[in-house]
Design a protein around this ligand. Structure first.
Ligand SMILES: C[S@@+](CC[C@H](N)C(=O)[O-])C[C@H]1O[C@@H](n2cnc3c(N)ncnc32)[C@H](O)[C@@H]1O
Length: 201
């Protein structure tokens, strides 16, 4: 097993504490889980859709720092509080603010991990999957927040991408994987995560 040094997780307590102390609670219910899964996936390029006050932003920026990756954050509104929090936690080096309409700035297959927490309507999630799906590399991952809301759950299921619920119940956190081949889109086991190393027969 590769050695992990706790001192390299410097600042994680501040990130999680900063979220737990905020009055409006949301992603905080899953903050440590989100961080752990993001780190375990070792993404180089993380894109976050939906920033607002920056709870997921600080968690994902810290995860990016832990694995030597970078977080690109997208929102239709300015999010000055989130940017301030990133700066206060000393995470600017791993963070880029992308603003709105950012999908066109990413090459196809460029993204290792997409965090989806923007427009929670059925049409909005569908539009995000259509715009961002091709930007995720094959075998790359999506973590979807509020995944048990009908408006979010339905288009996720309809994508046909294999999925597991990391945190069932509301708000819910789901992990999906972009299939290695388009053949899997046609509804192949929505609860099955294929091994990215496995070669198709
Ligand atoms: C639930 S909040 C995000 C919370 C944030 N992830 C956190 O952990 O604090 C949803 C955010 O998505 C943004 N949003 C809504 N529709 C969007 C879209 N189509 N693209 C990008 N961001 C969007 C909203 O402006 C809002 O800031």
């Amino acid at each position: 097993m590769r050695q992990v040094f706790l001192r390299r997780l410097d600042g994680l307590t501040d990130v999680l504490h900063g979220i737990a102390m905020r009055k409006h609670r949301d992603v905080d219910d899953h903050a440590a889980l989100l961080w752990g899964v993001a780190v375990a996936l070792r993404p180089e390029v993380i894109v976050e859709i939906g920033v607002r006050k920056g709870n997921s932003t600080t968690v994902l920026a810290h995860a990016a720092r832990t694995v030597g990756g970078r977080l690109f954050s997208v929102d239709i509104h300015e999010c000055p509080l989130a940017e301030r929090r990133v700066a206060q936690l000393g995470l600017e080096a791993e963070f880029s603010w992308e603003g709105r309409d950012a999908a066109g700035r990413f090459a196809d297959g460029a993204i290792d991990l997409l965090f989806l927490d923007g427009d929670h309507s059925h049409a909005g999630v569908e539009a995000d999957l259509a715009a961002w799906g091709p930007k995720i590399r094959r075998g790359g991952m999506v973590i979807a927040h509020d995944a048990e809301r009908p408006g979010v759950a339905e288009p996720l299921r309809q994508s046909g991408w294999p999925a597991v619920f990391l945190a069932p119940g509301r708000p819910g956190l789901a992990l999906l994987q972009r299939p290695e081949t388009d053949r899997l889109h046609a509804g192949a086991g929505a609860d099955r995560i294929p091994d990215p190393e496995r070669k198709e027969p």
